[in-house]
Design a binder for this molecule. Structure first.
Ligand code: UDP
Ligand code: MG
Length: 318
């Protein structure tokens, strides 16, 4: 009998349209791996209902009643966001005693037939197996362009993120134990897991079109996630503010000397009023930008200092 106990963790937010299909499809994948003796028959699916307003929890609850050993879950009191839903699922399955856990989206856009490959790479010694998308063809332009720029920008900031990374990922028990000591409230899991220095392998997969329901992310929620990623993994934007301040001070010192020379030595004038206004506008904008960058960091410090819980559980199906 294989001893590897696997949990498949699925964050769900208003997924009533897709959930029944996803539950039966993931159950098939799980049963198939069990029948091939690749994982233990104590493996299970774990759903996290992230404060859905539709019938998501009802569907999870009914599935649990039919098969309590294979289908478990928890629900939140309100919507705490996808990153918190994922970490709640991982923390809970760690407490339930698994050897490894895979996270996958409820809409099964990520190719679920690859789960066996993740498990294989784990058995070959990887503590983290990251799912990498072969392409971004299914993403809208609103998502594709900022996402591509974001990964490039993170690299410029010195954060080594794998492009086309996703939340489709296997982590070992060792990883779960380590990550349970990371208490930050604002999470950016795509960065966090890869700072740990653990052995990492990759599985490449094609992204399918969403079959049922619609995407729960919009431009602004993605921007917020990107801001967490940047602020929690790099202080280079703050250094940029410092350097730009230094550069402007130096330049204004030079302009001051020039002004002094032209007015008092040559008896000339330097700028007309329009030139002056343009400069003023530019520097006002720059100052606001810099205050904004610093503000992002201060905001995040405030959130972390408060150290409120990442999520509040409502019900548990264990
Ligand atoms: N999700 C969540 N909480 C949220 C938003 C999304 O748990 O606040 C879940 C969602 O149900 C899905 C996964 O996160 O399982 C990815 O969301 P979605 O498929 O909408 O994102 P996309 O594929 O468009 O990036
Ligand atoms: Mg999706």
């Amino acid at each position: 009998m294989n001893e590897t106990r696997l949990a498949i963790v699925i964050p769900c937010y208003n997924e009533e349209d897709t959930l029944s299909f996803s539950i039966s499809r993931l159950s098939e994948v799980l049963d198939d791996l069990i029948s091939k003796n690749e994982i233990s028959d104590k493996s299970f699916l774990f759903f996290v209902d992230d404060g859905s307003l539709d019938k998501t929890w009802e569907i999870i609850h009914n599935a649990h009643l039919q098969n309590p050993d294979k289908i478990k879950g928890t629900s939140f009191t309100t919507n705490f966001g996808n990153q918190n839903a994922i970490i709640a699922g991982l923390d809970t399955v760690n407490d339930l005693g698994v050897d490894c856990a895979i996270t996958i989206d409820a809409d099964l856009q990520q190719d679920e037939t690859k789960i066996g490959e993740f498990v294989q790479k784990y058995k070959n010694g990887a503590d983290i197996v990251a799912g990498i998308r072969n392409n971004r063809d299914t993403d809208s332009l609103v998502k594709k362009v900022p996402a591509t720029l974001f990964y490039k920008f993170m690299n410029v900031l010195g954060v080594n993120l794998q492009p086309n990374h996703s939340e489709y990922r296997l982590v070992s028990k060792k990883t779960l134990e380590i990550i349970s000591n990371y208490k930050e409230t604002k999470l950016f899991l795509r960065g966090l897991f890869y700072e740990l220095g653990l052995k990492t392998d990759y599985v490449y997969f094609d992204v399918k079109k969403r079959q049922f329901g619609e995407s729960k992310f919009n431009f602004f929620s993605l921007m917020r996630l990107a801001a967490y990623g940047i602020v929690s993994f790099s202080v280079r934007p703050l250094r940029f503010v410092f350097l730009i301040g230094l550069f402007i001070s130096f330049m204004s010192f030079l302009v001051g000397i020039l002004w002094f020379y032209l007015i008092f030595i040559k008896g000339d004038t330097l700028f007309g009023i329009e030139g002056y206004e343009i400069c003023e506008m530019f520097f006002s904008g720059l100052q606001i930008l810099c205050i904004g960058i610093i503000g992002e960091y201060i905001g995040q410090i405030l959130e972390e200092v408060k150290s409120r819980p990442r999520y509040i559980k409502d019900k548990d199906l264990k």
